[in-house]
Every structure is written in structure tokens, then in C-alpha cells.
Design a protein around this ligand. Structure first.
Ligand SMILES: Cc1cc2nc3c(=O)[nH]c(=O)nc-3n(C[C@H](O)[C@H](O)[C@H](O)COP(=O)(O)OP(=O)(O)OC[C@H]3O[C@@H](n4cnc5c(N)ncnc54)[C@H](O)[C@@H]3O)c2cc1C
Length: 398
């Protein structure tokens, strides 16, 4: 094996995107993933309207278009039944890359991105699990890994980029990952025989739960229900029974899925939220879920993973060219992340409060149903094409 400039750990959307963009910059990349693709992934399988811009840049949009289902907008049902319908469309000066979001099975999306990696000069190894980091003198110098034949390997490179998802070994080894006080769990499955499965994603807010129906093809939808951990934990051996009972309790969801069939096992993931501090060590960057948590309510994880890959590659290429991969040499990435995500994170936090409180959720729905422009702005912020500040101005009527 030849030495690489960058080791990328994890070949999900963030890692694959990082490897593709680095290879296009002529940087030599070693990409490793513990799985073999296509691999399953628990997800709501919704792509926000700015994701196509990033997929286009990665040379993957055509292949995604052949599989994905376009979504014109979202239909949101409040606890009292108030229904809000918003579409992804131009609002004033802000226009989405495309006036639609998309629904696509993760196995398909992730396999398309990995196929794109395979078409490039990237040294890509599947079934290779990173077990530890090599840290010398306060700098990451590579990783320890185990391959398909259980051989232990030491991989060295000036820069390691962690894209190993929410349970990132890299973040844990650097002591960056902390628990979040929000203790919620997602239960995800597929349903079929659902009436009127149209071109809208559907959200049902019913505190303390919410549920998302995402039509991934004309007869089949991804159904994700998010509940407090404490409610689901006693049922860990009987998740299907818990899931079916919970769906019946969510009045508007229950009515919507009456007559539909659950056609896949219920898969659970929780606690959903966690905190990752930025690394103070040189030789390392974190992208995608490895760098932090994005709430499934806003369906922004994949967008953020791809966008953080773009930002990390800009910083990595600059640092490698200047021969400075110290924490300081890579600091531009953290600044760029803050600029890209901090305002949106504030909106997400506020939404979390509203969605978690019955009175607030009903009140917000009754206001938004009369203020379509504010609803469109909110959808644009969630869809990543309207700056959060525009939403604040919209709410204040400016
Ligand atoms: C319930 C739920 C629903 C969601 N719904 C949506 C949605 O509808 N839309 C959306 O945009 N986002 C959604 N998200 C978020 C989205 O799934 C993530 O943000 C996205 O998958 C992050 O991509 P990633 O590449 O960072 O990580 P991942 O997709 O998790 O990829 C990480 C990769 O790293 C590999 N890996 C892990 N550990 C190691 C190791 N030690 N060595 C080698 N390889 C390793 C894994 O095999 C995996 O392939 C949802 C999340 C949850 C929990």
C-alpha cells in the first residue's frame, strides 16, 4: 500500500463526499469503512432541496434522480389537527437549487456515492474497521484498523478525517463526544397500502412524540416515530408491539395509516442527541455525524454531512498545500462550520421546544396557517435555502 495524504474513516455520505472532493483536488486518499456496501442505515430517507446541489457537485445527481422520488413540500399536522402545507419554492430573493426535496432509500443513496468513489483514484477498503488513533505529540498521525481477515494494520497519513458517524471512534478516542440531556429514541420502519401517498412528506406533531411519513415510492413510505427514551426502554424486547401501540395513540397519524401494513421490522436508534466538541489536536478533522448531531425533525443530516465535507476539503487542501496540518492550520474549518450551521442550529433548538410542547405546537400551527409567507420561509430555512435571519424578519413582519 502506498502512503496517502489523507485517511478518511467511514464511507457514508460525509466520508464518500470527502473522498470524492479530495481526489478531485489531486490529493491521495485512503478511505476505509467497516461495512460492505450497500449497507443498511436507519434514516428517514429525506433529502432537503439543497442536497441536489451538492450531489451535482459530486457527480452523483443523475444516478440519484433515477432512483429518488421528488417531494413538492411538507404537510405538517399539529396536535389539534391544524394542517399546514408548505412547498419548496422561490421566496423573494431565495431560490432552492431545485423546487423539490427528495425521498430515496439510504442503501441506494449511499451505494451511489460509493460507486462514484470507486470511479476515482481513491484507495477504498470495505470491511476495514478503525479501532484506534495514533496520536503522537498532540497530533493525530493515523489509525489502527482491522481488516476482513482479522489482520491488524497501522495506517499513517498527515491528516485523518473522521466520517465514522454518530458513534465515531475518532471522536470518542479524542474525548470529544458527550451525552446530550435530550433523551429521545427513533423507531423506523416501512409501511405499504397507504392511501393518497402523494408528493409531500408528512409530519405529525403530537408531544412528546412526532412522526414522519416519507413516500419513497408510490406504494411505500418510510415511517419514523420519535419518542422519549424512557417510554421505549421497557419495551426493548418487544419493539414492534410498542411501535404499533404508539402509532395508535398518535391520533392523526393513526387515522392516516389506518389500513396500511407495516412491511419491515422496526429498527430503533437512541439516544438520538449527543454533543461533539471541536478537536484541539492537529492532524484531524471531523465531518458529518462524527462532528455533531442533527435533529431528524429537520431532515438535515445528509445535507450537513455533504456540506461539512465540502468545508473540510477546502480546509484540508489549504493545510496540506501549506504543509501545516496543526490544529491552528486547520482552524479555518471550525470557523466555516460555525458560519454555515450556527444560525440554523438556533432555529432547530427553538423548533425542538415548540414541537415538544402541545400548547406551543398548536399555537404555532394556528399562527402559521394564517401566515403562509412565514411558513414558506420556515420551510426554506429547514430546506437550507433561506437564511435563518430572513425567517426572524418574516416573523417580525419586516
Ligand atoms: C432516525 C433518524 C432519521 C434520520 N432521518 C434523516 C433524514 O430523513 N434526512 C437526513 O438528511 N438525515 C436524516 N438523519 C441523519 C442522517 O442519517 C445522518 O446525518 C447521516 O447518515 C450522516 O452521514 P455520515 O456519513 O456522517 O454518517 P453515516 O451515514 O452514519 O456513515 C458512517 C460510516 O462510517 C462507518 N464506520 C463507523 N465506524 C467505523 C469504524 N470504526 N471504522 C470504519 N468505518 C466505520 C459506518 O459503517 C458508516 O458507513 C436521520 C438520523 C436518524 C437517527
Amino acid at each position: 500500500m502506498t502512503a496517502a495524504d489523507v485517511i478518511v474513516v467511514g464511507a457514508g455520505p460525509a466520508g464518500a463526499a470527502t473522498a470524492i472532493l479530495l481526489a478531485e483536488h489531486g490529493v491521495s486518499v485512503r478511505l476505509v469503512d467497516r461495512a460492505r456496501f450497500p449497507r443498511p442505515k436507519i434514516c428517514g430517507e429525506y433529502l432537503s432541496p439543497e442536497v441536489p446541489r451538492l450531489l451535482d457537485r459530486l457527480g452523483a445527481l443523475k444516478a440519484v434522480d433515477a432512483v429518488a422520488r421528488p417531494l413538492a413540500g411538507m404537510r405538517i399536522t399539529a396536535p389539534d389537527g391544524t394542517a399546514l402545507v408548505g412547498e419548496y419554492r422561490r421566496i423573494g430573493p431565495w431560490r432552492p437549487y431545485r423546487e423539490q426535496a427528495m425521498a430515496i432509500p439510504r442503501e441506494a443513496l449511499d451505494a451511489i456515492l460509493v460507486d462514484r468513489v470507486r470511479a476515482l483514484p481513491v484507495d477504498f477498503a470495505e470491511h476495514m474497521r478503525v479501532t484506534d488513533l495514533i496520536v503522537t505529540g498532540g497530533r493525530v498521525e493515523g489509525v489502527e484498523a482491522i481488516d476482513d481477515d482479522h489482520h491488524r494494520l497501522t495506517l499513517r497519513a498527515p491528516l485523518t478525517i473522521a466520517a465514522d458517524g454518530r458513534a465515531s471512534v475518532v471522536a470518542q478516542r479524542l474525548g470529544l463526544r458527550r451525552a446530550h440531556r435530550l433523551q429521545r429514541m427513533a423507531l423506523v420502519t416501512y409501511v405499504e397500502d397507504l392511501a393518497d401517498l402523494g408528493r409531500y412528506g408528512e409530519i405529525f406533531v403530537d408531544p412528546p412524540d412526532y412522526a414522519i411519513l416519507n413516500p419513497i415510492d408510490p406504494g411505500r413510505a418510510n415511517l419514523s416515530v420519535v419518542v422519549p427514551m424512557a417510554h421505549a426502554a421497557p419495551w426493548s424486547g418487544r419493539l414492534e408491539a410498542f411501535f404499533d401501540a404508539r402509532v395508535k395513540q398518535l391520533r392523526h397519524l393513526a387515522r392516516r395509516v389506518a389500513g396500511a401494513r407495516r412491511v419491515a421490522p422496526v429498527r430503533a436508534m437512541g439516544p438520538l442527541a449527543y454533543v461533539v466538541d471541536p478537536p484541539r489536536t492537529g492532524g484531524v478533522l471531523l465531518v458529518g455525524d462524527a462532528a455533531g448531531f442533527f435533529d431528524p425533525f429537520t431532515g438535515e443530516g445528509i445535507f450537513s454531512g455533504l456540506r461539512s465535507a465540502e468545508l473540510a476539503v477546502t480546509a484540508a487542501v489549504h493545510a496540506l498545500r501549506h504543509g501545516d496540518v496543526s490544529a491552528q492550520g486547520l482552524a479555518g474549518y471550525q470557523r466555516a462550520r460555525r458560519l454555515a450551521f450556527a444560525d440554523k442550529e438556533r432555529v432547530t433548538r427553538a423548533l425542538r421546544v415548540v414541537v415538544g410542547n402541545r400548547v406551543l405546537a398548536n399555537l404555532a400551527a394556528r399562527v402559521l396557517v394564517r401566515r403562509q409567507r412565514v411558513l414558506d420561509l420556515l420551510l426554506g430555512v429547514i430546506g437550507d435555502f433561506v437564511p435563518p435571519r430572513a425567517l426572524v424578519k418574516g416573523i417580525l413582519g419586516r
